[in-house]
Design a protein around this ligand. Structure first.
Ligand code: CO8
Length: 261
């Protein structure tokens, strides 16, 4: 596994854990960290042995406390767009990944950290997690897709409130807003829950799982007819050996053994 300075990769039973590893800066995302994150996610696209991904932050205090404000402070109108677009591209890679990606949110998930969590397919928070888009405090708007994904997750009114006030919300409120799937007592329990979900997904037909990602994401792509995407995905699944295996196994009252073919 490649050597990284700002993230840590560990693999266990087909689950890759990507830990943002700048604990002294509350795991703030600088450009070097984002570049490493991109390489790690691209690796998932190429490695079919990876059945699922967990993204988390080092330590107990923060998932990611945002983009690195020191770096942001040097931006101007010329280069800021490029910064935002290159971050958006990485978060889209996460969102479109055919392996399930779960954020284990342990502490602050602010600004780019909240945006990173929202780009994952699911979020499991610890009770001390805090979510927020505090960019207005710095005189900016979210730039890594937060204006879009927060609105998709929590609806327009709450999205306006959170972005206009910059207020943080706790894990229970985030769950009641459907921003997180589960709240667990601590990082260990949240990681166990993420692994439990990923282990279950790993027993399903991989091609179908990847196409669920495409179909759900198509809901939010105004250039795409999601119903057509779904019909195409359905047809593609029907042509796989896994479809035959799944239906044969059901009819024979045995457990299906999917091969991803
Ligand atoms: N960037 C850089 N350093 C950070 C960040 C950050 N986002 N957050 C914390 N740190 C650093 C602190 O500077 C401090 O470093 P040092 O010890 O060297 O002084 C260390 O982490 C510990 O932080 P604190 O001492 O502040 O810890 P506290 O417990 O007192 O406070 C908070 C914790 C409340 C989380 C506080 O650190 C904070 O408010 N952080 C900033 C949160 C924030 O505003 N995040 C949004 C940033 S903007 C953004 O993410 C935009 C994304 C889109 C970019 C688009 C592309 C251009």
């Amino acid at each position: 596994m490649a050597d990284f300075e700002n993230i840590k990769l560990t693999e266990n039973g087909g689950v890759l854990t990507i830990t943002i590893n700048r604990e002294d800066k509350l795991n703030a995302l600088n450009q070097a960290t984002l570049a490493e994150l991109k390489t790690a996610i691209q690796g998932v696209y190429d490695d079919h042995d990876i059945k699922g991904v967990i993204i988390t932050g080092a330590g107990e205090k923060a998932f990611v406390a945002g983009a690195d404000i020191k770096e942001l402070s040097g931006l101007n109108e010329m280069n800021a767009r490029k910064f935002a677009e290159s971050g958006q591209e990485i978060f889209e890679l996460i969102e479109n990944c055919h392996s399930p990606v779960i954020a284990v949110v342990n502490g602050f998930a602010l600004g780019g950290g909240c945006e990173l969590a929202m780009a994952c397919h699911m979020r499991i928070a610890t009770t001390n997690a805090k979510f927020g888009q505090p960019e207005v405090n710095l005189g900016i708007v979210p730039g890594y897709g937060g204006t879009q994904r927060l609105t998709q997750h929590v609806g327009k009114g709450k999205s306006f409130e959170l972005q206009m006030t910059g207020d943080m919300i706790g894990a229970d409120e985030a769950k009641s807003l459907r921003l997180v799937n589960y709240v667990e007592a601590d990082k260990e329990a949240a990681t166990a829950k993420a692994n439990e979900i990923l282990a279950k997904v790993a027993t399903k037909a991989p091609i179908a799982i990847g196409l669920v990602v495409d179909c759900v994401n198509s809901v939010f792509n105004s250039d795409e007819n999601g119903y057509q995407t779904e019909a195409n995905a359905f047809a593609r699944c029907a042509g796989t050996s896994d479809f035959k295996e799944g239906t044969d196994a059901f009819l024979a009252k045995r457990k299906a053994d999917f091969k991803g073919e």
